[in-house]
Design a protein. Structure first.
Length: 557
């Protein structure tokens, strides 16, 4: 009986069926999620996308965030990702803003990616590995909790599409070298070009191609490196198109939430980037806790003399030493290490400033290396104890699946995600600010006086936490000021609104609230005047004028 089960599991068709059912079933709970966080950038708040097919010309000729309603580019540089936005525009043309359809597309695309990975891995492995390694790797990749952000966040669909295009391109180039069919070579370049148009991080594929060909074919190092030349030419072509469409603009960013190393010295930034690499590796093997934001100051700056930096440097040096030492042996783990660093290179902030210190979506491609390494480890164990290997694998799959299922539920909407992640990232200024905002929304929705007060007190707490972490962002002062307003603490609210006004004197929401508070203090001044309390009346009129210098009646009184 056990022999029949083992035979059945080793059958390719049965393995594919299991992968499809597991991948789709595990992520099916995202289908009932709403749009959340940055989904507005690509769907609910994007003017170009919401024109449907008619918006495609504007998508092609503008940067990634230009279509986002009433928003300027707050990133350090231009992002040019027209292909992903075109696909969103086509989706909108037929389905409108329908979160069920958006999430369904993400799950279907992720399932397709798993099948392509299985096909790719089968071209790598030796006959004795062919039943175990591809299947175990794809199982681990399908259930890995680090992928929840990409699957559950509609905006991150570009990560899935990019990886699909790159994996298909890699399959084509491998087949080309085996069959010498020129159309496969052209197809590979064509797919790589569209991957670049989907997300710029596809550029790392230029390093992945020779790496893969060297490790899993008979090609020499020199010949493998030459294979990347056509992809370099395609990248140059992409850069040329990008230049003529949107240029290579650089925007100065004075907000640490979008420029994570703004307050760091060069040495601090360098040391912290090395430490972040270790944190990334840690998340691949122990994905807990997870968060949608690791921004300032969730990952504090460290110095070159910090023990964390020395620990990071020693670990990374040891890993790289192993990879280089076993490079000529074409060891699987050597490939995994080099693949990890190659695919994460752009997402590590060493090459360009990404606007975030770290993000789980940056590990989407790199996590394949960890999954191959874990599968290879279990396969090695199975040679001495098949029971131990399979039991260990099943336990890990179960733990990963439980975490993925629960994490998908946390992505239900902004409220569930933010109020969960503020616990995971208690030192993130942005996450505390978002929590403040969510509790204000909850307070305004509830009919219970007790619940309302409880929510407002929490909003005040998280607003103050955000200001303690960083006090330069106008929006933090605004939202905390609004929380105090609903707490009926107009004095503190006015102080914070004035701080917000100093930092952004033209923001319409800030102006609305300062004008409103100006009216409140004006009316309080009138009440105190009628009570013949002239000193207090004058103090309130002055507060009214500070909040709104155009309040002529306050000036007159």
């Amino acid at each position: 009986m056990m022999l029949n089960i083992k035979k059945s599991l080793n059958h390719t068709k049965n393995q594919l069926i299991i992968l499809v059912l597991l991948t789709f079933g595990l992520n099916a709970n995202t289908l009932f999620n709403d749009y959340a966080l940055d989904d507005a950038v690509v769907m609910t708040g994007n003017n170009f996308v919401q024109k449907g097919i008619k918006g495609i010309p504007e998508i092609i000729t503008n940067d990634y965030v230009s279509g986002y309603t009433k928003q300027e580019n707050i990133l350090t540089g231009v992002r040019y990702r027209p292909f992903s936005l075109i696909l969103f525009a086509i989706e909108y043309q037929f389905f409108g803003t329908n979160p069920f359809i958006s999430h369904l597309i993400n799950v279907i695309l992720f399932t397709l990616l798993i099948l392509l990975l299985y096909k790719l891995l089968q071209t790598f492995v030796t006959p004795e590995q062919s039943h175990y390694l591809p299947f175990a790797t794809c199982l681990l990749f399908a259930v890995h909790p680090i992928h929840s952000e990409v699957i559950a966040n509609v905006k991150s669909r570009d990560e899935i599409i990019t990886f699909i295009l790159l994996i298909t391109s890699l399959i084509s180039i491998i087949k080309f070298y085996k069959t010498k069919k020129s159309w496969m070579f052209i197809n590979s370049l064509f797919l790589f070009f569209f991957a670049l148009l989907t997300k710029e991080t596809a550029v790392t594929f230029i390093g992945v191609v020779p790496l893969t060909l060297y490790f899993f074919s008979d090609q020499s190092i020199k010949r493998s490196l030459r294979s990347s030349l056509p992809f370099i030419l395609i990248f140059i072509g992409y850069l040329t198109i990008r230049y003529f469409m949107v240029g290579f603009k650089h925007y100065p960013v004075n907000d640490v939430t979008n420029a994570p190393y703004l307050y760091a010295t060069y040495s601090q930034a360098l040391a912290t980037k090395f430490y972040v690499l270790i944190k990334y590796i840690g998340l691949l093997f122990f994905p807990y806790p997870l968060s949608s934001d690791y921004g300032y100051n969730q990952v504090p700056y460290i110095n070159l003399i910090s023990l964390k930096f020395f620990f990071s440097l020693i670990i990374l040096s040891g890993i790289l030493y192993y990879a280089i030492n076993n490079f000529k042996k074409r060891a699987v783990l050597s490939f995994c290490i080099l693949f990890f660093f190659a695919t994460l290179s752009v997402g590590s902030n060493f090459i360009i400033d990404l606007g975030t210190i770290m993000a789980e979506r940056m590990l989407f491609q790199s996590s394949l290396a960890a999954c191959i390494a874990m599968a290879f480890l279990f396969m090695s164990i199975s040679k001495s104890s098949n029971l131990l290997a399979n039991t260990s694998l099943l336990i890990l799959l179960a733990l990963f699946s439980i975490k993925t299922f629960s994490r998908n539920r946390e992505w239900k909407n902004n409220e569930t995600l933010i109020l969960s992640d503020v616990i995971s990232s208690p030192n993130s200024a942005r996450m505390n600010l978002y929590a403040c905002e969510q509790y204000i929304i909850k307070a305004n929705k509830t009919a219970s006086h007790e619940s309302r007060n409880n929510y407002i007190n929490k909003a005040v707490f998280y607003g103050e936490q955000s200001l303690k972490i960083q006090s330069t962002f106008a929006y933090s002062f605004l939202k905390t000021g609004i929380a105090y307003y609903y707490q009926n603490n107009y004095e503190r609210s006015a102080d914070l609104m004035l701080q917000a006004l100093k930092r952004d004197s033209i923001d319409p929401e800030i102006r609305k609230w300062t004008d409103h508070l100006s009216d409140i203090f004006y009316k309080q001044g009138n009440g105190q005047y009628e009570e013949r309390n002239f000193d207090k009346a004058i103090a309130n009129y002055r507060k009214s004028i500070n909040l709104n210098a155009n309040n002529t009646e306050a000036w007159y009184n």
